[in-house]
Design a binder for this molecule. Structure first.
Ligand code: SAM
Length: 219
């Protein structure tokens, strides 16, 4: 279950005004109240997010986005590392997946989970703010994931260009597209236009969850 889904559940359950306030802050991702408050909330929710692994969601993801056994991958906004865990836990996986998030408590949870599951050799995690250029040399990754994050970032064209920079020629970019909540004008047409400008081809949309579709593109 994603943070977005948790926030929606809390609000829908009508548990409290505080629940609605959390949902508002998370859904608007600091647009009105500042990014420090959003990061602080993610830090506080780290335990709940780590415990909320939804195997069916990641099974559906891996059906929509098949992973080769040797791939080098980056997951931007990895939260408690559920995607790296799903990928590295695939039988026969020999590649490497790096999870990046701006929340230290979430990254610590991710590190604990990969250690517990004996997957630390195929994963690495780091704390970084995706609002800034990401700390990697040119195009080191076969696949770059950015799920449930891009909507929240200012200057999305620049952020998309930075994700493109990290994708090797011939590699893939995998993004999420919100189906229900559109806080900005980032619809499928927006992705197609900007990905084409960045030299991506084969832009495709795939169903994923009730809340998100996936957009995949090859560089
Ligand atoms: C809605 S959750 C999505 C988590 C995961 N990618 C998924 O699809 O389940 C958003 C994640 O992005 C992280 N995040 C939000 N803004 C970020 C930023 N500026 N830099 C790095 N991580 C960020 C949050 O800490 C959180 O873990």
């Amino acid at each position: 279950m994603s943070l977005l889904e948790i926030a929606c559940l809390v609000t829908c359950a009508g548990l409290s005004l505080a629940g609605a306030a959390v949902a508002f802050i998370v859904l608007t991702e600091g647009r009105y109240l500042g990014k420090s408050l959003v990061r602080w909330l993610y830090d506080r929710l780290a335990g709940a997010l780590a415990a909320s692994e939804d195997t069916a969601r990641w099974d559906a993801f891996l059906r929509a986005v098949p992973i080769a056994s040797q791939e080098r991958m980056l997951d931007v906004g990895t939260a408690a590392g559920h995607l790296p865990l799903a990928v590295a836990g695939k039988p026969g996986f020999q590649g490497h997946v790096v999870g990046l998030d701006w929340s230290l408590p979430l990254i610590q949870r991710a590190q604990q989970q990969v250690r517990d599951q004996g997957l630390a050799g195929h994963t690495a995690f780091l704390v970084a703010d995706a609002r800034d250029p990401l700390p990697f040399a040119l195009a080191p990754f076969d696949t770059v994931f950015c799920l449930g994050v891009l909507d929240a970032l200012p200057q999305p064209e620049e952020r998309l260009a930075d994700l493109a920079r990290l994708t090797r020629p011939g590699g893939r970019l995998v993004l999420s597209l919100s189906r229900r909540i559109r806080l900005a004008d980032r619809d499928y047409a927006w992705f197609r236009r900007h990905l084409a400008t960045l030299g991506f081809r084969s832009v495709e949309r795939h169903g994923w969850t009730r809340l998100y579709d996936l957009v995949t593109a090859r560089r």
